[in-house]
Design a protein around this ligand. Structure first.
Ligand SMILES: *Cc1c(COP(=O)(O)O)cnc(C)c1O
Length: 410
């Protein structure tokens, strides 16, 4: 299994859609083959279309607010006394997180395909919230499939989805969570694909959805590459790019321009959700060596029991609470280009506390996992080492949890 140079990772799959021969693919019912093929053909055409690219860039800039800033966390750096710590503040993006990049691109593709409706599935509700937001912007009617259990525990996001004019379709089958919402959404898409587009909220799902999402979030690393040159003149000799990993779309977007670099120069570190310290449950299939399984229409490492049943996961950060992971991250792990680890709920909370104590930055619980790793490794690294953390979400959404854990918050 080997990475190729000068080919974007999203394109390094074989003709059956597998990265490294075994990750990804397109496990879909026969009836979905045609709409998936149509979407694939359209996407391959549009990504070479100069007009489409300039339209995409226009909305990245004028709707999403790209580029987001790269800032130095001077006080935190000084406190830790080792490597320099920087943050790419992706939470400045419209909607407060990177998911808007993928949602926007899906809406632009849907418009090109002449669709009037767009559907998507959501677990914690953020993917649904962002899709409904973009759908409203681009004049598409939107339906979000969501398990009943998730609807009950994610009320603020459900309210936001409805406020954006989208309809929430409750899913009553199975465990009434994301896995079932995905199946139900795909079923709906099969019967309505003439008028309706479908989006998946991370670099997961059947091959084409991994590619579209990765192609969208890759904007983050294009900006970062430019900003590194701007700040440092030439490329520093030792850089560490740290990102939390749920499905893996922000990490892929943060890293894609840097995968070709030598890992001694640019190390890629993915931080999964380790869950509560006292619990055996987690959402860290790469860290704990989970076995290959099929989830969401693709093969990847999946948290599962010995019978291959998907395990329940647990994490304080809803955004990372997903039992699978992008096939591209499985490939990056297998080729050793990226290193994966996890942070526990408690470590993420401590990191949140430390970052907000020293800096005017309010990272949500997902990037707080990435900060936990930065805080762990920075003290024993040299001052010319540059750690850059993707601060991909804003903690406004985590207010209630933070209040419960810390009493008052800033
Ligand atoms: C959804 C989400 C994540 C996890 O998804 P990825 O696809 O791994 O990026 C991480 N951070 C935030 C803020 C999110 O909303």
């Amino acid at each position: 299994m080997k990475l190729k140079k000068r080919i974007p990772l999203i394109d390094q799959h074989d003709k059956n859609g597998f990265w490294g021969g075994k990750f990804g693919g397109s496990f879909i019912p026969e009836t979905l083959k045609k709409p998936v093929e149509d979407l694939t053909n359209l996407f391959e055409k549009l990504r070479k279309d100069k007009k489409f690219i300039s339209q995409r860039d226009y909305y990245f800039k004028n709707y999403i607010g790209s580029p987001t800033s790269l800032i130095k966390l001077e006080k935190l750096t000084k406190h830790l006394g080792g490597a320099q710590i920087w943050a790419k503040v992706v939470s400045e993006a419209n909607g407060g997180a990177h998911k808007i990049y993928n949602a926007t691109v899906h809406c632009l593709i849907a418009k090109r395909a002449g669709k009037k409706y767009i559907v998507g599935d959501t677990g914690a509700g953020y993917a649904g919230k962002m899709l409904s937001m973009a759908a409203k912007k681009f004049g598409l009617k939107c339906k979000i499939f969501m398990g009943l259990k998730d609807i009950k525990r994610q009320k603020p996001n459900c309210d936001a989805i409805r406020k954006n004019g989208a309809e929430i379709i409750p899913v009553y089958s199975g465990s009434q969570t994301l896995v079932d919402a995905v199946s139900e959404c795909m079923r709906y898409w099969v019967s309505n694909c003439d008028t309706t587009a479908m989006a998946v909220g991370s670099t997961v799902g059947p091959n084409i959805f991994v590619k579209i999402c990765g192609w969208s979030t890759a904007q983050i690393s294009r900006e970062l590459k430019f900003q590194i040159k701007e700040n440092f003149g030439k490329f520093p000799k030792k850089i560490k790019l740290i990102n939390c990993v749920g499905g893996g779309s922000s990490a892929y977007g943060f890293w894609s321009e840097f995968i070709d670099y030598n890992k001694k120069q640019i190390e890629l570190i993915g931080v999964e959700a380790g869950g509560p310290k006292k619990s055996k449950l987690h959402a860290a299939p790469l860290t704990f060596g989970s076995k290959l399984g099929i989830l969401h229409g693709a093969a990847s490492y999946v948290c599962q029991n010995s019978d291959g049943q998907i395990n329940e996961t647990e994490s304080i950060s809803a955004g990372l609470d997903y039992p699978g992971v992008s096939p591209m991250h499985c490939f990056l792990k297998e080729t050793k280009r990226a290193r994966y680890t996890c942070a526990s709920d408690e470590e993420a909370l401590m990191a949140y506390k430390l970052v907000t104590k020293f800096e005017k930055l309010n990272p949500s619980l997902e990037p707080s996992h990435a900060f936990a790793e930065a805080i762990k490794i920075a003290p024993r690294l040299s001052k010319d080492t540059i750690i850059i953390v993707n601060s991909c979400g804003d903690a406004k959404k985590d207010r209630d949890i933070l209040k419960k854990r810390f009493g008052k918050i800033k």
